[in-house]
Design a protein around this ligand. Sequence first.
Ligand SMILES: Nc1ncnc2c1ncn2[C@@H]1O[C@H](COP(=O)(O)OP(=O)(O)OP(=O)(O)O)[C@@H](O)[C@H]1O
Ligand SMILES: [Mg+2]
Length: 287
Amino acid sequence: MKQAIKKADVLLEALPYIKSYSGKIFVIKYGGSALIDPDIKRGVLEDIVFMSYVGIRPVLIHGGGPFINEELKKSKKKVEFKDGLRVTTKDVMQIVDKVLSQVNHSIVDHIKELGGRALSLNTVKKDVIKTRPHKEHKKLGFVGEVERIEVDIIRKAVRPRSVPVISPVGLGSEKELYNVNADDVSSEIAVQLKAAKLVLLTDVKGIMREKDNEDSLISTLSKEDVDTLIKNNVIQTGMIPKVKACTNALDGGVSKTHIIDGRIPHSLLLEIFTDKGIGTEIVKERT
Ligand SMILES: Nc1ncnc2c1ncn2[C@@H]1O[C@H](COP(=O)(O)OP(=O)(O)OP(=O)(O)O)[C@@H](O)[C@H]1O
Ligand SMILES: [Mg+2]
């Protein structure tokens, strides 16, 4: 009996959050690194299904870095990054597209298995993310920047309880495919959809002051702090596009952005439905 009452307490604790977030769009980026472990993947997708049942409208953008690396190694192709962005030749792009489509469909199937509704948005028709070549395209190859998000396609898909699942592959002006950083894509989508939150799930606790020291986690950062940490080489590699995605979203009117640990069981639910913030929150100004 006591335990049953405790359960009711937990549900009631979530009520104010459910009330204020019901009907709101949350853009969630699920990083490739946190996609590998099947138990973690299941937990993340369960959270997303839960969110959709309580009226939140999640939009999911996924990565796929480790799977792409694995496939490149199998095909004896070079894995190369510059400033956190993958060097993408035409051959590499073909592999990127193939692998990301597989990842996308596996997420959609899994959400459906968990009783949710999901829609793969851009694995066949790629016209959701209109792309221009990255300014460093001579060095990076088919790496693109978001030119325009066809936001109406996403809006139509965000029906109650249906989760659009978007892969970070964009289309150029000549219908060529581009590898777009999933953090950038999620940020632009969050701005265009006027999302209430942008949440980036990754495979570390959040932003840390010292590499690999989880005790050095920084809970709250302002935009200004972020610039300093990049200058001082504290924020590096894959974390750079992430913090930039957060500051861009804040500039575009998204009120809250979070970088959280996808490895913690149900980190999304903890972040959204409890007072205890986990991971790193990036805000316009620190109070
Ligand atoms: N100051 C920092 N604090 C925490 N992590 C950092 C920091 N600087 C760099 N990193 C690196 O950023 C990585 C997260 O970015 P990464 O691109 O690897 O993951 P992801 O975006 O979740 O996955 P994917 O790119 O495959 O979708 C961490 O694993 C860590 O190695
Ligand atoms: Mg990344």
